[in-house]
Write a protein that binds this ligand. Structure first.
Ligand code: 5GP
Length: 139
């Protein structure tokens, strides 16, 4: 299936939809998931027009994953988590709901189960406060 240039994350990249941004460079944007599985659940997206993991060249994928590797420990530290779950879904059958390649960073606290994937909308003020904490940890 072709890449849809009007998917939600493409609109976020174009600035047509707001997000709680935590990081940006020339290839990558990272922001908080609107339905977080845990506090600090972030999405790292490529600026390439790629639907999923199989729709991007390896060098661009490498740049995306390098950002995930850098941000994950900082997010973990910012929210006081003990571990980090990295998730990535390919195709509706696998649970993908937004067809623009993205990597989930889900900080996990010992003994606290994450909420279901794409479950409940978070409070915007809480997301804003978490994003601010994470931006400080990244700076
Ligand atoms: P996936 O495609 O990997 O299944 O997940 C897409 C993720 O995007 C979900 O975790 C969902 O909560 C999140 N999401 C969906 N719409 C929006 C949105 O408009 N803004 C943000 N920040 N996250 C979104």
């Amino acid at each position: 299936m072709a890449y849809d240039p009007d998917n939600i994350f493409a609109k976020i990249l174009k600035g047509e939809i707001p997000c709680h941004k935590i990081y940006e460079d020339e290839d990558t944007l990272a922001f908080l998931d609107i339905m977080p599985r845990t506090e600090g659940h972030a999405l790292v997206i490529t600026k390439e027009k790629a639907r999923d993991l199989f729709d991007i060249d390896p060098a661009a994928l490498g740049r995306l994953m390098a950002v995930v590797q850098t941000l994950a420990p900082k997010i973990k530290q910012a929210v006081g988590a003990d571990g980090v779950l990295i998730q990535q879904f390919n195709g509706a059958a696998a649970g993908q709901t937004v067809f623009h390649l993205h990597i989930h960073i889900v900080p996990i606290k010992q003994g606290v189960a994450p909420k279901p994937h794409a479950g409940e909308m978070a409070d915007q003020a809480e997301l804003a406060a978490t994003a601010e904490k994470i931006r400080k940890a990244i700076a």
